[in-house]
Design a binder for this molecule. Structure first.
Ligand code: CMP
Length: 139
């Protein structure tokens, strides 16, 4: 089933100039980038995006990290895109990520973990709408 997921290449990855290497992983896996922009999130944008985590102890640091440098937000399309992207990202904690995954190979820590990917098709739709107008997504 062709579906879409939402991705963020995080500040630890843009800082180390890894955008292209991560994009190569996405495209090699069969995912297609149908929308993409580089931006520097405001505190308000980061807090809104991660609102589901606002009671978690790591929320403050997470927002601080996500606003510490540029990010690249993307819409990825492909067969089972949500599950496919989660598979190639690897576990949230890079110490637990499988070999060959983006987080195993590039992430610095559970916080600076290089990429974000939606956890369900429902959340993907919400996250895509948070950053992109319909006209900016070109399949
Ligand atoms: P992400 O997929 O962007 O969603 C929430 C983020 O919170 C997660 O990736 C991690 O980068 C970050 N985070 C920081 N600390 C933790 C933690 N202890 N458990 C889960 N996520 C964490």
């Amino acid at each position: 089933m062709t579906e879409r997921t939402f991705s963020i290449i995080k500040p630890d990855a843009t800082r180390r100039n890894l955008t292209g290497k991560i994009i190569d992983r996405l495209e090699t896996s069969g995912l297609r980038i149908v929308a993409q922009k580089r931006m520097w999130l405001s505190q308000k944008q980061a807090e809104g995006f991660y609102a589901v985590h606002k009671e978690r102890p790591f929320f403050h640091d997470l927002v601080k990290f996500m606003t510490s440098g540029p990010v690249v937000v993307q819409v990825l399309e492909g067969a089972n895109a949500v599950a496919k992207y989660r598979e190639i990202m690897g576990a949230t904690d890079p110490k637990k990520a499988n070999p060959g995954t983006i987080r195993k190979d590039f992430a610095e820590s559970i916080e600076a973990n290089s990429v974000h990917g939606s956890d369900s098709a429902e959340n993907a739709a919400i996250e895509i709408r948070y950053f992109f107008a319909d006209t900016e997504v070109v399949g």
